[in-house]
Design a protein around this ligand. Structure first.
Ligand code: HEC
Ligand code: HEC
Ligand code: HEC
Ligand code: HEC
Ligand code: HEC
Length: 228
């Protein structure tokens, strides 16, 4: 059987073909680099908010607990963003019930004007979302918080942030890394909102392993857990 040979007139075209292959390689290489780059996954995303509210001040310095404002985080899928009336517990001469609050701070601050307006009109402040999963991925806060997964595992040191930013990639790989081995990220429930907590005596993994037994937590990467 005669072996197939390309005709000789193809030869001058070879550099062109090689050129296209080269361009293709650079194009797909670039696409790949873009897809895995942290910026693509919104890490570091920190939109400007309607009021310059600082977690570093209210949580870091004033030691307020996350649940004072995000009060549904233990009982619901979503962590509620507080209505302006919650801010008025301190930043008003009169609280929601018309009583004089124990503290009245910065009543005339122009930075707080949008809050006073929101309370007067009964509207929600247009806070801009920071962390946002695609709709086809199911997430639930209460499950995590009640099993002893701290806010810090997914949101970082919010208590040090003047402006909240996205800390984790929130990619599927991020979720699965913990789901396959949750132990190092578990802590006693009372420390879930204490972002500075460190395991005392013994390493996080062995404390976590004990908590997994106690709470009946298993490594789990079933697709249907998050894609329902
Ligand atoms: C005094 C009320 C208050 C307290 C206390 C508070 N937050 Fe917030 N938090 C807010 C408000 C208001 C926003 C929306 C504006 C913004 O993003 O800064 C917010 C936004 C956030 C966001 C971003 C939400 C998004 O859109 O993705 C995270 C994450 C967050 N808080 C975590 C925490 C954690 C963790 C704690 C406790 C360590 C905490 N917060 C304590 C009021 C509070
Ligand atoms: C437990 C009381 C308390 C609550 C509730 C509270 N704050 Fe504050 N806030 C403070 C204190 C204390 C200060 C610091 C005042 C100072 O620096 O003199 C402050 C300062 C601020 C400032 C800076 C004001 C300025 O003129 O520099 C902003 C903005 C602010 N808070 C927004 C909010 C928002 C938004 C909420 C609701 C999500 C909120 N605060 C809820 C106590 C509170
Ligand atoms: C296991 C990871 C994880 C933990 C732990 C976690 N969060 Fe979140 N958080 C997320 C994800 C993912 C989103 C985006 C959810 C979405 O888009 O549906 C989010 C969104 C939020 C939001 C915006 C409102 C919402 O529900 O979408 C707030 C506020 C918030 N988290 C606060 C907290 C606080 C406070 C804690 C601790 C008490 C906490 N989170 C613990 C992953 C986590
Ligand atoms: C730091 C650890 C950690 C991270 C990160 C994490 N999870 Fe989880 N998740 C857990 C633990 C622990 C459980 C409880 C497992 C159990 O009870 O066996 C859980 C349970 C769940 C459940 C089960 C809810 C139910 O109904 O039982 C869902 C859904 C879920 N996670 C979604 C996600 C998604 C989506 C992400 C990524 C955005 C994520 N998780 C990131 C630790 C984590
Ligand atoms: C712990 C939660 C979790 C589990 C378990 C999980 N996924 Fe996902 N998955 C996610 C999240 C979160 C995203 C969105 C990622 C993003 O926004 O980049 C996602 C995205 C996807 C996508 C969209 C394409 C992509 O990669 O962005 C596909 C397809 C997918 N998952 C398939 C699966 C299959 C198949 C399984 C089972 C082997 C599975 N997932 C298990 C959380 C999960």
């Amino acid at each position: 059987m005669k072996r197939f040979h390309f005709p000789a007139w193809i030869d001058p075209l070879l550099p062109v073909v090689a050129g296209f292959l080269g361009i293709g390689l650079v194009y797909y290489g670039g696409l790949f680099a873009y897809a895995v780059h942290p910026l693509t996954s919104d890490v570091g995303y920190r939109p400007e908010q309607p009021v310059p509210y600082s977690h570093a001040l209210h949580v870091g310095k004033l030691k307020m607990d996350c649940r004072y404002c995000h009060n549904t985080v233990e009982v619901a899928g979503h962590a509620a963003i507080p209505p302006a009336s919650v801010c008025m517990n301190c930043h008003s001469a009169q609280d929601a019930a018309g009583q004089t609050p124990t503290v009245s701070i910065r009543l005339d601050s122009p930075k707080l004007a949008p809050i006073r307006e929101a309370v007067a009109t009964g509207e929600m402040l247009p806070w801009r979302r920071v962390n946002d999963l695609p709709d086809y991925a199911y997430f639930n806060h209460s499950v995590h918080v009640n099993r002893g997964v701290s806010c810090v595992a997914c949101h970082g040191r919010v208590d040090r942030m003047e402006v909240v930013e996205q800390k984790a990639t929130l990619s599927m790989g991020f979720c699965l890394t913990c789901h396959r081995n949750p132990a190092p990220n578990l802590r006693p429930a009372e420390f879930v909102t204490n972002l500075a907590w460190e395991p005392e005596g013994g390493d996080a993994a062995s404390i976590g392993a004990a908590l997994m037994l106690e709470r009946g937590i298993h490594p789990n990467d079933n697709c249907s857990t998050c894609h329902r």
